[in-house]
Design a protein around this ligand. Structure first.
Ligand code: 2ND
Ligand code: ZN
Length: 361
């Protein structure tokens, strides 16, 4: 009897481009690190994990984002940041992730008196410790940082400069996140233009809680290399009575230019960006050969992992290992890592492992 798909997925190498450091803490770590006076909504790890998932499932991005108050609160010292970063790497390696770009907003970790540079360095050290441990355990993983600026704040230029300053210390790109409605990407145009002049990479959360104008601005005004979510690109695609798809100008551009879509199925259902996994636009976008990647977004808030997201897609759409090989190579091609390092991971790690699993192309 052949091995169940979920088990094959777990063993396969996976690549993760969209994962928030402050959305992936272990519930027990939150309990261990909660500062005096910070009231948590539950007193044991199991209940706390369930609370996050329920509280994040309201159908509103704004309410979803409120749950981060409890994770960001325990990430205000260098020691705590280092621990959270180290555990993040351990959890991803355990799940079979071989390359990850993990993002967070340094400006949200200054309440304990740290400087922005100290925040980045603590995460850098935690990632290095986690990578070393994973190598020792025989499950090597490469993890890089993306620095996020909060779109409702006004620190994006500073965070963009931090991204460039730490480009040789594990920071491979920049992002903006937070409530999308009312905070268009062009609000941070100076930061994006600065990054372009510095030959730096960036992705933008767009087309999640707001539609096509946000995606259009992210690409055509700001020059985003990738789209965080980008699910609403589906609004620029219609399917005729005979089943033939018609792409509008923006959807055509995104597909023609191979702009990577960082899709996060469970998160999208929780925030209302998609009605269910079964109706998630990822199926049509995959069929139309957009450059689709599969991601976790926030493992704590969604009670998920890369293996779980892929298994949900396998159950909903009948995807097999050849499909997961395609998503994984799409992601590796779209990473902000230098080309030679991407190629090495594709040729030496990903393709051989999928071949063993019987997925050739
Ligand atoms: O899916 C998301 N959309 C917009 N913002 C998000 C999402 N997930 C997390 N964030 C925010 C909350 C975090 O505190 C911040 C930095 O990781 O990014
Ligand atoms: Zn996100």
């Amino acid at each position: 009897m052949s091995e169940p798909i979920g088990e094959q997925i777990r063993r396969a190498p996976k690549v993760l481009l969209h994962d928030h450091l402050d959305g992936g803490l272990r519930p027990q770590t939150i309990l261990d690190l909660a500062p005096e006076g910070h009231l948590l909504p539950a007193g044991d790890a199991g209940s706390l994990g369930r609370w996050f998932e329920e509280a994040a499932s309201s159908g509103s991005l704004e309410r979803y984002l409120e749950t981060f108050d409890h994770t960001v609160a325990v990430m205000q010292t260098a020691d705590n940041l280092r621990r959270v970063a180290r555990e993040c790497v351990a959890d991803l390696a355990e799940d079979g992730v071989v390359y990850a770009e993990v993002r967070y907003a340094p400006e949200q970790h200054l309440e304990g008196g740290l400087a922005l540079t100290e925040v980045v360095e603590a995460v850098r050290d935690g990632f290095a410790e986690g990578e070393q441990q994973a190598r020792d355990d025989g499950s090597p993983i490469v993890v890089r940082q993306l620095l996020t600026a909060m779109r409702h704040q006004a620190r994006s230029q500073e965070i963009a400069e931090l991204t460039v300053a730490y480009r040789d210390q594990g920071v491979v790109g920049f992002d903006i996140a937070g409530a999308e409605a009312g905070y268009p990407p062009t609000r941070h145009l100076d930061a994006f233009e600065y990054l372009q002049r510095e030959n730096a990479h960036f992705t933008i959360h767009a087309g999640e809680a707001f539609g096509l104008p946000s995606i259009w601005q992210a690409i055509q005004w700001c020059g985003a290399d990738r789209l965080g979510h980008g699910v609403r690109i589906i609004d620029d695609i219609s399917v005729g009575p005979d089943g033939s798809p018609r792409l509008g100008l923006l959807a055509s551009y995104v597909r023609d230019k191979r702009i990577p879509l960082e899709m996060c199925p469970s998160s999208n259902v929780q925030t209302g960006a998609a009605t269910s996994i079964a109706e998630h636009p990822i199926a049509l976008l995959t069929k139309l050969r957009f450059r689709v990647t599969v991601n976790t977004d926030n493992r704590l808030m969604s009670g998920t992992s890369m293996s779980r997201e892929m298994t949900l897609l396998a159950d909903a759409f009948g995807y097999g290992m050849a499909d997961f090989r395609w998503f994984t190579i799409n992601a590796m091609k779209s990473a902000f890592l230098p080309f030679d390092e991407r190629l090495a991971l594709i040729d030496e790690v990903i393709k051989p492992a999928y071949a063993v699993l019987g997925a050739m192309s």
